[in-house]
Design a protein around this ligand. Structure first.
Ligand SMILES: [Zn+2]
Length: 324
């Protein structure tokens, strides 16, 4: 990969404005993000004797993940991601531009997205390609990679059933299409909430009370946080304390919105997120918790895994005592 020289570029601008200490902290944070993004190149790892296709495609998408992290590090908070991957390449964040899968699929970025969208929202996906791979010793599985809003690489995985590869690939495509269309509805609500457009509070409240669609709930919770609809705190607290964390992490979005209002109800979700794989998720959760508790319990998002788990356990205990 490009290495340290490349990732230091966004830091140079910050060093000019801030103190040496702040610049050093920013440099460490960006290097950690880059390291995390680079680690994604290896995920999911190549299996003995196969899966070269998956590795090549994963590496190309890992480069896109890295470029997106660097893009967001170089912009003001809340700035939008580029609307095309060509822009990412033209701005010098994506060398040699791996804009297509080495096996033929084309990578597509969803327009109008920014780093503060709900976790897990699909940002980049592969148009039209699914790779047949072996995972954990099981052959005949199909994978479509995507990159989420925290610039993590994920994969939709589907077994190839007796009805064959083509139908299974079609089902994978349908899952991504369905997720994207729900995401677009939610993204529209979030956009209008940022503009403070009339009527959106009622829409967000209705989505949160219905609670049917996790993707729309996540966007409604984000919209509530941005627009400052603190009177939706009971709905958000109910969302923060319910159900599994899939697929766009509505519970985390609800907890973050409550934190913005300085209201309780999201502590347990945030404490659980301190152990998340994603550095940016851990960092966001920690900042919200530290604001609520006024201390850090020895936690820092960049700690090695053993210390991280121990400190996260102290936070989990605190969240249990907060008992909401
Ligand atoms: Zn591919």
């Amino acid at each position: 990969m490009g290495g340290k020289k490349d990732v230091s570029e966004p830091v140079a601008g910050q060093a000019g404005r801030g103190g040496r200490k702040a610049a050093a902290a920013a440099a460490i944070a960006i290097l950690l993000l880059a390291a995390a993004a680079y680690a994604l190149h290896l995920m999911p790892g190549p299996q003995p004797g196969g899966n070269a296709d998956l590795t090549k495609c994963g590496k190309a998408m890992g480069l896109i993940s890295t470029a997106l992290v660097r893009w967001s590090a170089s912009k003001e908070p809340g700035a939008a991601y580029p609307d095309s991957l060509e822009d990412l390449s033209a701005a010098g964040f994506l060398e040699r531009g791996p804009l297509s899968c080495p096996l033929g699929g084309r990578y597509v970025i969803e327009a109008g997205m920014s780093p503060d969208m709900p976790l897990g929202a699909v940002l980049v996906w592969e148009d039209g390609a699914a790779h047949r791979v072996e995972i954990e010793g099981r052959a005949n599985r199909l994978v479509v990679h995507y990159v989420s809003c925290t610039a993590r690489l994920h994969a939709f995985i589907q077994e190839i059933g007796p009805d064959g590869e083509e139908k299974a690939a079609g089902r994978l495509r349908a899952r991504i299409d369905s997720l994207l269309s729900r995401q677009r509805r939610g993204g529209d609500l979030l956009k209008r909430a940022r503009l403070d457009a009339a009527g959106t509070r009622e829409e967000a409240a209705a989505v949160l009370r219905r609670g049917a669609d996790p993707v729309e709930c996540a966007f409604a919770a984000c919209a509530a946080g941005y627009a400052g609809w603190g009177d939706l705190a009971p709905e958000l607290a109910a969302l923060a304390s319910s159900g599994p964390m899939e697929p766009a992490e509505p519970h985390f979005s609800a907890a973050m919105a409550l934190s913005r209002f300085g209201k309780p109800g999201g502590e347990k979700v945030l404490a659980a997120a301190l152990g998340a794989e994603d550095y940016q998720v851990r960092k966001a959760a920690f900042e919200a918790l530290r604001k609520a508790a006024g201390e850090d319990f020895g936690y820092a998002p960049f700690l090695p895994s053993g210390e991280l788990a121990a400190a996260a356990a102290r936070w989990a205990e605190w969240a249990g005592r907060a008992g909401r």
